[in-house]
Design a protein around this ligand. Structure first.
Ligand code: ADP
Length: 256
C-alpha cells in the first residue's frame, strides 16, 4: 500500500514535492490469510465427521436400526467419528493455550522418566502392529521444562512413528545429555517424508496423505503443537527423512 503526501510551501502554497510512504502490509496480509485458512480448515475438519454422524443417525431412524448388524456397525462408526471430533477439539485447545502463553513455567524434569512413561503409553498400539520400541534412554537425563508438555511431545513423535511405519518394524527412542543441552530423538523405518514435504509438516493441518492420517486418527495438528512446545522450551526440532527409508525427528533442548 502506497500513500502520496504533497509537501507545500508555507506562504505561497506551492507544491514543493511529494512524499511517498510505502506501508509494508505483506506481513499483515499473510497473517490474515493464515487466519482465514485456519478457520476454513477447522470448519472442514469438523464438518466431515458431523455430516457422517448425522447421516448414519438418519439412516438408523429410517429403519436400519431394526437390522442388528447395521445397528452395531453404524453405532461404531458414529463412535469413531465422535472420537475424531473430540481429538480435534482437544488439539485445538492445546494449540491455542500454547500460542497464548508462550512462556512455559519451567522446573527440573527427568527426561528419562518422561521417555519411559511415554514408551509405556504407546506400547499397546505398537504391539498391535508388532512394532518393536527400542529403548536408548540414558539414565538421569534432566532438563528444565514442563513435564506434561514434554510428555505430549514424546507421545506425539512416537505415535506418528507408529502410524507411519509398516508392521513388524523398529522405532528407536533416544534420550541423552550432550553437555550444552539434551537430545530426544525418534527414528523409524517407515514411509518417510520427501524434502518438499519436510518443510511443511510442522504447519497446522498439513498432512502428506490426508486419508492415511485420518485413518490413523490424526488431526494434522500434532507436529504443529510439538514444534510450539519445543520452541517455548527454547529448543529446536528438525527432521531428517528419505521416502521409503524412514524418518528421524530430533529435538534439542538447550541449557539456559
Ligand atoms: P497427523 O495427525 O496427520 O499425524 P502431524 O502434525 O502429527 O499430523 O503430522 C503431519 C504429517 O506429517 C502427517 O500427516 C504425515 O504425513 C507426516 N508425518 C509425521 N510424522 C511422520 C513420520 N514419522 N513418518 C512419515 N510421515 C510423518
Amino acid at each position: 500500500e502506497v500513500s502520496v503526501i504533497p509537501v507545500l510551501s508555507r506562504k505561497k502554497r506551492n507544491l514543493l514535492g511529494l512524499v511517498v510512504v510505502m506501508h509494508d502490509i505483506t506481513k499483515l496480509k499473510k497473517l490474515e490469510h493464515m487466519r482465514k485458512d485456519f478457520v476454513a480448515n477447522v470448519s472442514h475438519e469438523l464438518r466431515t465427521p458431523i455430516t457422517s454422524i448425522k447421516g448414519f443417525a438418519e439412516t438408523l431412524l429410517d429403519g436400519a436400526k431394526n437390522d442388528p448388524e447395521s445397528l452395531d456397525m453404524f453405532l461404531n462408526i458414529m463412535l469413531d467419528e465422535s472420537n475424531r471430533i473430540q481429538s480435534l477439539v482437544q488439539d485445538l485447545l492445546d494449540l491455542s493455550k500454547i500460542e497464548q502463553n508462550d512462556e512455559i513455567p519451567k522446573e527440573p524434569i527427568s527426561l528419562t522418566e518422561i521417555a519411559e512413561h511415554s514408551i509405556n503409553t504407546v506400547s499397546t498400539v505398537a504391539t498391535k502392529k508388532d512394532i518393536e520400541l527400542v529403548n536408548k534412554i540414558d539414565q538421569n537425563v534432566v532438563s528444565l521444562g514442563d513435564k506434561d508438555k514434554m510428555t505430549q511431545v514424546m507421545i506425539n513423535l512416537l505415535s506418528n512413528a507408529i502410524s507411519y511405519s509398516p508392521r513388524s518394524s523398529q522405532i528407536i527412542l533416544t534420550v541423552k545429555d550432550v553437555g550444552d543441552g539434551q537430545i530426544i530423538s525418534v527414528q523409524d523405518n517407515g514411509i518417510g517424508i520427501s524434502e518438499d514435504e519436510q518443510k511443511r509438516i510442522f504447519e497446522r493441518f498439513y498432512r502428506v496423505d490426508k486419508a492415511r492420517s485420518r485413518d490413523s486418527g490424526g488431526t494434522g495438528l500434532g507436529l504443529s503443537i510439538t514444534k510450539h512446545i519445543i520452541e517455548a522450551h527454547n529448543g529446536q526440532i528438525k527432521v531428517e527423512s528419505e521416502v521409503g527409508q524412514g524418518s528421524h525427528f530430533i529435538v534439542k533442548l538447550f541449557n539456559e
